[in-house]
Design a protein around this ligand. Structure first.
Ligand code: GLN
Length: 602
């Protein structure tokens, strides 16, 4: 190659590295402060913020299907990256506006926020699959052996960006006022920093692409698809019969509705009621569509089944892992002593330890696999992924044992959060890069991008779980403390020792503390709960509050999950220990069968 650097990698890799670095800066930097912004500035509360956060991440991993398709068919990688980058940058600017508006017009700020998230979701769909597949296209066939190291470098780029973003955005966007409470007006500076990062990445790519992201002959890589790019060989492209397309569309509708019945209930937002079911159903119906192809051989079918099984289990991993941006940030905010050598770290910055640990451990882990391979000890990919699940369970178990005696007002030391993130990162390194290359190895060529889509949909399903589980965070210290200020003992109310009095219900309503709302009763009394629980106190009229109190429209209760009540942080963490631990053990037990079904692939 003419365009190579000393290390033997094409210079184009560094352009992609830089572009992806800025993009992940924008994405993770914003993610760090998003939940706090939703919960506190837009007054949505922690529960709803967690639900939106999960839905947002889920959609970010659903849209790559669309972005990949449009790129292959019409626009090409380069254009999609530019388009996606611009859209995300605009989305961040919209968040900046939302963060500037919220204290003058909260309804407008909320609408602008929705628009912003939509722009980011679509932008990410154009950007993410295309930048990753361009890494592969940089290497001609005879250099494919460099791919593993190329992807390790690329994964490092991702995390250099994530680390910078999760430092800079909280640095400007998560501050306290002189009174020691959060300054809600500075979130916007974090979003602005993310916007600047995204535009920097997009412009860098625009300027450098023609010089460096080219073949040795100087031809553009990732340009618009040409007729000649479409393989003549029939088996090189997937073709589905009309009947399988019809059946899978029907499946999409039926399964969406089925999950809707499970998730829906009083007070459930449209995100949980419809978006979550749609994301889960998309994965399943796409899975069906691929399997319905008659040209698949027995071996190909077996291998695809392995992928599906892996996708199912990694959902639990992402469900636990991505708590970083929601419940774990809330815990860092309310129940963690974030003092490091005399400096108080902004709570939203704590998740940054993940990116830092990836930078530290990515190369040691890839060396570990090489070493184990040489000693003939390297496990097959599903076993590594089972380890990933067990490691994340271990991380939660360690911190669970620390919070056990914490009581309701104690705080856990930041060191335990750091250890948790280290375990999570080790788990990630056993599972995430491995997953990408497993897809590449197991997928029949003609289904390569669709099955990459299935992998991402598995991630998306995991984010649905992120939202569902994150919303189960039991009331935190600050809820108890706030209630104490107005003479309510929230603990005894929650424990059911006492019935809430009218005044107590009134105060709970006013402070939006209660976790269950009797919507039907409220609606009978002409109360618009969505408004009440979103709006500032001033929007609630006195008679409305009195009504809530008299009618006992609010019931006070702890979050529940499949019959279990979660009372403390310990219970909450143990939920992840049990889910991920069980998933890891079952996957491990299945691995000998999966090994057979992989037919020689590791
Ligand atoms: N952190 C990685 C990235 O941003 C992986 C995320 C994922 O696959 N869910 O690309």
């Amino acid at each position: 190659m003419s365009q190579t650097t000393n290390g033997g990698h094409p210079k184009g890799l560094w352009v992609l590295f830089g572009t992806e670095m800025w993009e992940r800066f924008n994405f993770y930097g914003m993610r760090a402060i998003l939940s706090l912004f939703l919960a506190e500035a837009l007054l949505m509360g922690k529960q709803e913020a967690s639900i939106i956060y999960g839905g947002f991440l889920g959609l970010c991993y659903l849209t790559p299907m669309l972005g990949g398709y449009i790129s292959d068919k019409y626009l090409g990688n380069r254009n999609c990256i530019l388009l996606g980058g611009t859209m995300m940058g605009v989305g961040q600017l919209l968040l900046f506006f939302s963060g500037s508006l919220f204290n003058t017009d909260i309804d407008l700020a909320t609408n602008v926020m929705w628009l912003a998230l939509l722009a980011i979701v679509l932008g990410n769909g154009f950007f993410k699959p295309n930048i990753s597949s361009m890494v592969g296209s940089l290497y001609p066939k005879e250099q494919k052996n460099k791919l593993d190291s190329a992807f390790t470098i690329f994964y490092l780029g991702i995390n250099v960006g994530a680390t910078l973003g999760q430092f800079i955005c909280p640095f400007f966007g998560d501050k306290e006022t002189a009174d020691g409470i959060r300054d809600l007006t500075v979130f916007r500076w974090g979003f602005l920093a993310a916007a600047i990062a995204m535009f920097t990445g997009t412009i860098t790519f625009l300027i450098l692409k023609n010089r460096y992201v080219v073949t040795p002959q100087g031809e553009a890589i990732g340009g618009k698809p040409k007729k000649s790019d479409i393989p003549e060989n029939e088996s090189d492209s997937a073709k589905f019969s009309m009947s399988s397309i019809t059946i899978s569309s029907l499946l999409l509708i039926v399964i969406t509705y089925g999950f809707h019945m499970v998730f829906d209930g009083p007070g459930v937002s449209w995100i949980k009621a419809w978006l979550y079911p749609f994301i889960l159903a998309s994965g399943i119906s796409l899975g069906y569509l691929i399997m319905s192809d008659k040209t698949l051989t027995k071996i190909e079918r077996d291998r695809i089944w392995v992928l599906y099984i892996v996708c199912f289990f990694v959902m639990f991993f992402w469900g636990a892992f991505e708590q970083a941006g929601s419940s774990l940030t809330f815990i860092a905010d309310n129940q963690t002593d974030t003092n490091i050598l005399g400096w108080t770290m902004p709570p939203s910055m704590v998740q940054n330890f993940n990116g830092i640990f990836v930078m530290v451990f990515a190369i040691p882990f890839s060396l570990l696999w090489t070493w184990m391979n040489r000693k003939r000890l390297e496990p097959i990919s599903p076993v590594k992924q089972a380890w990933g699940l067990l490691l994340i369970a271990l991380g939660y178990w360690i911190i669970a044992s620390q919070v056990k005696g914490l009581g309701i007002s104690g705080k856990v030391g930041i060191i335990w959060m750091i250890i948790l993130y280290m375990m999570h990162t080790w788990g990630e390194l056993c599972l995430s890069p491995i997953g990408l290359s497993l897809v590449a190895k197991l997928a029949p060529r003609r289904f390569a991008s669709l099955l990459m889509g299935v992998w991402f949909l598995g991630n998306a399903g995991g984010y649905v779980l992120t939202g569902v589980l994150g919303a189960l965070l039991p009331p935190t210290t600050e809820a108890y403390v706030n209630m104490e200020k107005v003479n309510i003992n929230l603990k005894s109310l929650l424990d059911g020792d006492t019935q809430p009095t009218g005044t107590e219900l009134y105060t709970l309503a006013k402070n939006k503390i209660a976790t269950t709302v009797d919507y039907d009763k409220g609606l009978e009394n002409n109360l618009d709960f969505v408004k009440i629980f979103k709006a500032k106190d001033s929007v609630l009229t006195e008679p409305q509050l009195q009504l809530i109190a008299q009618e006992k429209i609010i019931t006070v209760s702890y979050p529940k999950f499949v019959g279990f009540t979660l009372r403390t942080l310990y219970d909450f963490f143990m939920l992840f220990v049990v889910l991920c631990g069980a998933a890891g053990l079952v996957l491990y037990a299945l691995s000998p069968f999966m090994k057979r079904m992989m037919h020689g692939v590791r």
